[in-house]
Each structure stands twice: as structure tokens, then as C-alpha cells.
Ligand binder design. Structure first.
Ligand SMILES: [Zn+2]
Length: 813
């Protein structure tokens, strides 16, 4: 009979933890399984509020599926390789493996404390050789299919840390995020994955109807890939005793047969390897099997994102002018060519020779996956002086990352681990060296969602059978920051693995839920832009001032970050309010996709609401202990019963307000529905409420389909609208509401488009609106909720923009 304070909440959570963290019970019959996938975290050591939000959403959805009679796959793992872990480990002078492991342990504890019910038996970690063995396996498959290659590329070089940096690690002033050193441009031979080969398929795939809720992500992805209006072909050039490859992109593929010279910009990576400019270098054009001269110039309009231009002076006037500008000798051609036919012929040749020919935008680059750092998946390649680049045989995988003792820890690359680097060539057994680059961590995370479904397979990355019924992932939940790169690479991998026949569908994700960012209030001095903590700020009227100096302060909502002093620590919330309230706080009020402004001001409302439900149960039990109150006149009683019945079916939560008047059948059902529907969000709290509810001595709904009196709340069934409850079926004619019918829930279930139309055509209100005839109809049908029929008539539409029409008429004359 206590009030629900934090102490009680923690007792409740301890008591119910076992029940709440139980996985799917085997019910003995086949259920549909829903794959609820939140993006796996990078093990930084502590959960932040973004994690709390994403996993509260996924856990609630998984529990919702279970209450709806489905099973849920709800896995978690660790995106564990990468530069941040390596740098953090260096700062602490320990090995990244030890650092990462301890972070995983502490984050795992926090996830359990928050009551997230993950399939821990599916847990994977990308830095575990049992996982990266298969990342290497997939890399070798890419190599086998000609989709992994080495090429010279311009990279960001940090001269202090002696490492390559990703673009995101270089600040606006061109300095390293870590060392602060001015970043240099350097040309290095790097490994690439030929993602551009699937560019058009990935672009067109964005139009598939089964992508649900992708919204603006579709445009972000389309923008990233670009319109696939040209083709890329791999040419070769012989430099320093070696054949080097480079890509030529053109939106005029006939030039691949008839082109007569190439122009490269002076910053092109290949040009860096050439001896004094001017000597005549020729490349090999694989399409017409001829040599083509290379010229260097910066006065050419290169296609966006490219520094190579293929010219055809005989059939293109602009190219002819270019030739004369650059003093390039051209031979006059008298040959008339059929450009369309030659375009198709060039593409066919390129595709048949496997040298390119796939459609791609000019700006899209292949994926540079080389990292000159230690903490990543080793690229399974051996360099032999005689045989060249040799893939590590499949049977020798994994190529294990060597341990480095902490005493020698520092900025590391694999080049320093000589015992590991020196090896034998698998082909000729002579002395050889291992590739010392590791893979970009985005490779590790591009296929993990398949591995979750078959996490301990030691014969292959995953079996096709284990994916059945799970892929594409039903719902993928994560932040918008991964909407471009990660999602693009994961989709590429989905398409690639599908092309190998390993999966039954190419597109890996069905529905996306892009969660909104959790933002905190930050304060900075207007004069210097320096961030200061909230404690140092006071609010005077509507203005903010620094307490000590009185200087004006700017308040903003920004992404939480330590450096802005605007973070919230999930640990604090857990210890102050307990787990279920923390979950409720992060989910309440704001839809999942909307940015969340985190402030303590929102706490009282949620806390009070929770308290009210707690009190409702207590009062309910009290009433049930007393004799049923029959002092209310029957008419009034029936009125309130009906009112609650309506509310229960639509707005279950509001039932609490009517508690005072009726504590009878409908209230009991409403209360049960409320607890069941809240259980996915606050499973411990609702388990306790439910136990209280079940202890009521006099049950009024002994045989209701809504309540299973023998089972715990987590084993109940999600409430359904009563079969005889009448739902709305609305008809709109030319956009205006014209007729609403009430349809029993069971009848609505079978009301298809044809029947729905027939029903409305019988209504006088509709008949008088469709005199002009019906142009088309559209039917929106939401079972157990409502239906809407849109009728568009043949009414005369007045021109919206008469001026445009007039102009059009003039032009067409
Ligand atoms: Zn060899």
C-alpha cells in the first residue's frame, strides 16, 4: 500500500527482472517472426542517451510483436573495430583488444540494467576472429568476382600521427582532429571495393514498393549515388614495369570504340607516377583493344568528380576543338557512325570482357577500404615478389590480428609487427609479406545483420536456410548519421551477396525507423563562443547571463556532447528513477523519429502519470474488496459503462478519469488493456501492476477474450477492438467528406475495395455527388481501425495556370 517512489520501483524491477528478460517461450506452434534490428553500438564504454532511445524503441517494438502473437528476433552485438578505440587505448597505454573488451562488459551490464530483452545468444563482435574470418571470406569473394582491387589514390595524411585520416577526421581548416597537424595530401596504393558496379541497381532499388517508411532517406541515397547516366570502364597503363589500372567514365559510350585520346588532370593519382610530363604515355583501351594516348591538362571540363576525359575528335565537335587547343594531332575521319548502335556495342563488349560497362553517375566513387591502422580486420592478401598479389587461401582464414604487448603500445600499424608480416607465398613458397592495411570498419558492419541469424556457423558466413523468413529485416532502427554511408554499404553488400546466390532478396531492409536525435540545452558566451556549464548560467527575464561576469549567454538545443556540457548520463537517470521510468521518459511525449529536447522539466508529467496508474490499481483492489456499489441508477450506470466502452476501444488510457463512476466490467477491461499496452515500455512496472490486478478477489470478466487470468502480463495478447464495435468507414468525393458509415469491426475485416465502393454507391449522399461520373477511386483500409474511400469524379477542372496554358498554345503553334 505504499506510494510508488524510486525505492519501490527498484524493488519491483529486481523482483521482475527474471521474467522481463526471458526470451521467446516456445509455444509449440509456428508463428511469424519479426526481425527488429537496432543498429549495433560502437563499444565506447558508456551508454549515452541516443543508445537509451534507440534500444528503448527496439525493445518496445519487439515486446509489442510478442504481445501480438508473433516471435521477435532482437539481437545485439558490437561494432568493435576502429580508430576511436585505438586512440582511446593509446591514451591509456593499453591494447585496444583489452580496452574494447572491458567496454563491452560494462555496456552489456548497462543494457541489462535497462531491461532490454536482447537475444544474447546471438551476440557478435566484429573484432572477434570468429566474425572477421567471414569478413575476410567475403573480401576474397569480392576479389574473385573482380570487385576488390588496388589503385593509387590521394589520401589525407597526418604527418604527426603518421596515418591516413578519413575525410570526417579532417576539420574545416584542414587539420587533423587528433594531432591538430595540418593534413597533407599523399598518394598511396589503396584497396577499393567496386561498389559502383551495383550503382544503378542500388539507385533503381530505391523505387521498390517494399521499402517502407524510408521517406527522405530515399532522396539522400539517390543524391549520394547520383543519376546513373554514364558508364565506367577500367583502362590499364604500363608504368615502372607494372600494369596499373584506372577508371574512365563517359556519358558517350560510343567513344569507347571511336575515342582517340585521353586527358588527365595534373592531380590525377596516375599522373603522380609518371616521369616528366610530356613523354608520350599510352593506355590500353580494353573495349577496342587499342592503345590510346594520354595528355595532361587542367583546362578541360571534367565530368563532376572525375579527372579523366575520353575524347573522340572524329565524331564530336567539342572534342575536335579541344584537340586543337591542346595541340593534339587528329586524323580526319570520313566514317559516319550510328552513335546509338555503337553505344550499345561498346557496353556489350565491356560487360562481356568484365572490364566495366555498368551504368553509374560520374561523381560516385568506389569504396576506399584501406586503413593504415592496427585495430581492424586484416586484409587477407600476401605480396610475393614473383607472383604479385596473392589472396590468402580460404582454408588459411582467418588471418588473425597479431597481439601487441601494452609496453610497446603507440601509434601502430601492422608494418611494425615483423614476425607477422613475413610469411611464405601460398603459390611458390618463397618469402613474401602480408598486406598490412586493415579494412574500414564499415566493411565489418555491412553484413552483420545476416550473421545475427546464424552467429555460430563455422562453415560459412551464414546459411541461406537460417535467413528464411527473416530477410529483409522487418524494421531497422538507427540514427540519421548512418542514413547515407552505412546504409549504402550495407545495401551494396546485400546486392552483392544476393548476386552470389547466398540470399533470396537483394534489398536487406524493409522498414526504416530513423530515430530523432536526443538534444540537450547548451550555453555559450556570446562574445567568445565558449561553452559553459548550466550551473554557471542564470536566467534573468528571458535572457541568459553568466553568473560571475554577467556576460550575455546564448542558449541552444544541440546534440549532447561532453564538450558542450549538455549531456545527460543514463546512469544518473537509472539511479534516480529506475529502469522503467527511464524508458518511459525517453519514449513519452515525442514520436521516435522526432528530435527530442531533453530537459528535467518533462519529468514531473511522466512521473505523475505513472503514479496515477499505480493508484488506479490500488483503488481498484480496494473497490473489489468491498461489495459492488449498486447505488447508481441503472440508466446512469449504463451510460457510463458505454462511455468507457467507447473509450477503451479508442482511447484506452482516458478510462482512468471515469474510474470514479464505474468500477465495473468495462473499467476492469480498460484497466487490463492499459497495463498490457504499457507493458512493452515499462515491463517491470506493468508486471507488478498486473500481479496486483490479478489478485482482485471478485473478477467481473472471468471469460473475457481480453484477459488471460492465468498468465503474466508479458504473455497476454495485445488488446483487439471488440468484434461488434462499430468503426468508421468514410467516403470522400473530390477531397471532401461526404458520407460516414459505421461498420462492425468483424465486417470491416472483409470489406474490400469492390464491396466498399458498392456500399457507398448505394448511399444517397454519394449518388448526388457523382453525377459527372467517376474518374477513379482509391481505397485506404486499416483493419480494426477505419476505412476511407476516395472518389474522384469527372468534374470539369478549371486550368490552374491559365498563363502557362496560353504560353503552351503559342509555343505549339
Ligand atoms: Zn609466389
Amino acid at each position: 500500500h505504499e506510494d510508488v517512489n524510486t525505492e519501490i520501483k527498484k524493488k519491483i524491477e529486481k523482483y521482475w527482472a527474471g521474467e522481463v528478460l526471458q526470451r521467446n517461450k516456445d509455444s509449440g506452434f509456428q508463428k511469424k517472426t519479426h526481425y527488429v534490428l537496432p543498429m549495433f553500438p560502437y563499444p565506447s564504454g558508456n551508454l549515452h542517451m541516443g543508445h537509451v532511445r534507440v534500444y528503448s524503441i527496439s525493445d518496445t517494438l519487439a515486446r509489442f510483436q510478442i504481445l501480438n502473437g508473433n516471435d521477435a528476433v532482437h539481437p545485439i552485438g558490437w561494432d568493435a573495430f576502429g580508430l576511436p578505440a585505438e586512440n582511446a587505448a593509446i591514451e591509456r597505454n593499453i591494447a585496444p583488444s583489452a580496452w574494447t573488451k572491458s567496454n563491452i562488459d560494462s555496456m552489456k551490464t548497462q543494457l541489462v540494467q535497462l531491461g532490454f530483452n536482447f537475444d544474447w545468444e546471438k551476440e557478435i563482435s566484429t573484432c572477434d576472429s570468429k566474425y572477421y574470418k567471414w569478413t575476410q571470406f567475403i573480401f576474397l569473394k569480392l576479389l574473385e568476382k573482380g570487385l576488390a582491387y588496388q589503385s593509387m589514390a590521394q589520401v589525407n595524411w597526418d604527418p604527426v600521427d603518421k596515418t591516413v585520416l578519413a575525410d570526417e577526421q579532417v576539420d574545416d581548416l584542414g587539420c587533423s582532429w587528433r594531432s591538430g597537424a595540418k593534413v597533407e595530401k599523399k598518394y598511396l596504393t589503396q584497396w577499393f571495393i567496386k561498389t559502383t558496379k551495383f550503382a544503378k541497381a542500388l539507385y533503381d532499388g530505391l523505387n521498390h514498393a517494399h521499402l517502407e517508411n524510408w521517406k527522405d532517406i530515399i532522396n539522400l541515397q539517390k543524391h549520394w549515388i547520383g543519376e546513373c547516366n554514364g558508364v565506367a570502364i577500367t583502362f590499364t597503363v604500363y608504368i615502372d614495369g607494372e600494369n596499373k589500372t584506372f577508371d574512365v567514365w563517359t556519358d558517350d559510350p560510343y567513344k569507347l570504340i571511336h575515342g582517340d585520346f585521353l586527358v588527365l588532370s595534373s592531380s590525377n593519382a596516375l599522373v603522380q607516377q609518371l616521369d616528366p610530363i610530356g613523354c608520350c604515355i599510352k593506355a590500353r583501351n580494353p573495349v577496342n583493344s587499342s592503345e590510346i594516348p594520354i595528355y595532361i591538362s587542367d583546362n578541360v571540363e571534367y565530368p563532376e568528380g572525375r579527372d579523366v576525359y575520353l575524347a573522340c575528335s572524329s565524331n564530336n565537335i567539342k572534342d575536335k576543338e579541344l584537340a586543337s587547343e591542346l595541340n593534339i594531332p587528329v586524323k580526319e575521319s570520313t566514317l559516319e557512325i550510328n552513335i546509338e548502335a555503337e553505344k550499345q556495342r561498346a557496353i556489350d563488349i565491356a560487360l562481356s570482357k568484365n572490364v566495366g560497362g555498368h551504368f553509374v553517375s560520374s561523381k560516385l566513387k568506389d569504396w576506399l577500404i584501406s586503413r593504415q591502422r592496427y585495430w581492424g580486420t586484416p586484409i587477407p592478401i600476401i605480396h610475393c615478389a614473383k607472383c604479385g598479389t596473392v589472396p590468402v587461401p580460404y582454408t588459411d582464414l582467418p588471418v588473425t590480428l597479431p597481439e601487441i604487448s601494452s609496453s610497446e603500445w603507440g601509434i601502430q600499424t601492422l608494418t611494425k609487427v615483423e614476425d607477422w608480416v613475413n610469411c611464405k607465398c601460398p603459390n611458390c613458397q618463397s618469402d613474401a609479406k602480408r598486406e598490412t592495411d586493415t579494412m574500414d570498419t564499415f566493411v565489418d558492419s555491412s553484413w552483420y545483420y545476416y550473421r545475427f541469424l546464424d552467429p555460430s556457423n563455422d562453415k560459412e558466413p551464414f546459411s541461406k536456410k537460417c535467413l528464411e523468413g527473416h530477410i529483409p529485416v522487418d524494421i531497422y532502427i538507427g540514427g540519421k548519421e548512418h542514413a547515407v554511408l552505412h546504409l549504402y554499404y550495407a545495401r551494396f553488400m546485400g546486392y552483392f551477396l544476393h548476386s552470389l546466390g547466398w540470399t533470396s532478396t537483394a534489398e536487406p531492409f524493409k522498414k526504416l525507423l530513423v530515430q530523432g536525435m536526443v538534444m540537450g540545452q547548451s550555453y555559450k558566451l556570446k562574445s567568445t563562443g565558449k561553452y559553459i556549464p548550466a550551473e554557471a548560467v542564470e536566467k534573468i527575464g528571458k535572457a541568459y547571463k553568466e553568473k560571475d561576469s554577467g556576460e550575455p549567454v546564448l542558449m541552444q538545443w544541440e546534440k549532447m556532447s561532453k564538450s558542450k556540457y549538455n549531456g545527460e548520463n543514463p546512469e544518473r537517470l537509472l539511479s534516480l528513477y529506475g529502469c522503467d521510468t527511464t524508458r518511459l521518459l525517453i519514449l513519452a511525449d515525442v514520436p521516435p523519429a522526432t528530435p527530442r529536447r531533453w530537459s528535467d522539466d518533462t519529468l514531473p508529467g511522466v512521473l505523475n502519470w505513472q503514479k496515477r496508474i499505480w493508484l488506479s490499481i490500488r483503488q481498484f483492489l480496494q473497490y473489489r474488496n468491498d461489495a459492488i456499489n449498486t447505488s447508481i441508477p441503472l440508466e446512469e450506470y449504463t451510460k457510463y459503462e458505454n462511455k468507457i466502452k467507447g473509450s477503451r476501444n479508442y482511447f484506452t488510457a482516458t478510462a482512468t478519469y471515469h474510474f470514479k463512476y464505474t468500477q465495473h466490467k468495462e473499467f476492469e477491461l480498460a484497466l487490463a488493456s492499459l497495463i498490457i499496452m504499457l507493458a512493452p515500455v515499462t515491463p517491470h512496472f506493468c508486471s507488478e501492476l498486473w500481479a496486483g490486478f490479478l489478485s482482485a478477489p471478485k473478477r467481473l470478466n472471468q471469460n473475457s477474450h481480453l484477459i488471460n487470468w492465468d498468465k503474466a502480463v508479458l504473455e497476454q495478447t495485445w488488446p483487439r477492438v471488440d468484434d461488434d464495435f462499430e468503426l468508421s468507414y468514410m467516403c470522400k468525393v473530390d477531397g471532401a467528406d461526404r458520407c460516414e458509415l459505421k461498420i462492425k469491426a468483424t465486417d470491416l475485416l472483409t470489406l474490400d475495395h469492390e464491396k466498399a465502393l458498392q456500399l457507398m454507391l448505394e448511399q444517397e449522399a454519394i449518388q448526388k455527388r457523382i453525377g459527372n461520373g467517376i474518374l477513379r477511386t482509391k481505397y485506404e483500409w486499416y483493419p480494426d481501425c477505419r476505412a476511407i474511400l476516395h472518389i474522384t469524379t469527372n468534374r470539369k477542372v478549371k486550368p490552374k495556370k491559365p498563363v502557362d496554358e496560353i504560353v503552351e498554345n503559342i509555343v505549339s503553334q
